[in-house]
Design a protein. Sequence first.
Length: 202
Amino acid sequence: MFQNDSLFGRFMNLMFDVICIGLMWVISSIPLVTMGTATTAAYYTMAKCVRYKSGYVTKEFFSAFRKNFRQTIGFNVLFLFLFLMLAVELKFAWDQEGRLGSSLFIGLVFVLFLVLGICMYLYPVLSRFYMNNLTLIKSSFLMMFKYLPVTLLLMLGLAVAVLLVFLAVWVLQRLQLVITEDMVQQSALLQFFVGQSPMDWF
């Protein structure tokens, strides 16, 4: 049962590899500006080590991270800037009253859909193919509409994940578990999560 070639052994090895890739992704994404690079490396490692059973997880992950760093860092900064700008604009539009505010909010949501869709396909495509930046953006744009049901499902999953993280951070801070006031004061992201209450949404 516990032999490496048994069904249980293969399953445990698979779970161990997936957990290792997840941990390396989290650690490599801590600066935020490297999250896209880490995502590219994670997709590459999942395909090579988990799907095709080739190479070592740690070696392949950091090799892919270094190889794609130069091309992805520009996209990372661009997407981070766009998401921050859209968050500010969406908050502004939400606070406006009347038809103008509603129209502006809907328009910004559509722009967010386009940016997020391109972002969600760009890094997986880059992990498998060599393309220049313009071709990469065009391919990601076309794929998000070609596989629209998958795109919507991925966005729904991402929204649920963000919501769960938000609720977890909010509850932990309220209970003074793990997340302390000092930690909140040192992180703008934690300040945002803690400063909002899920009760305000209802």
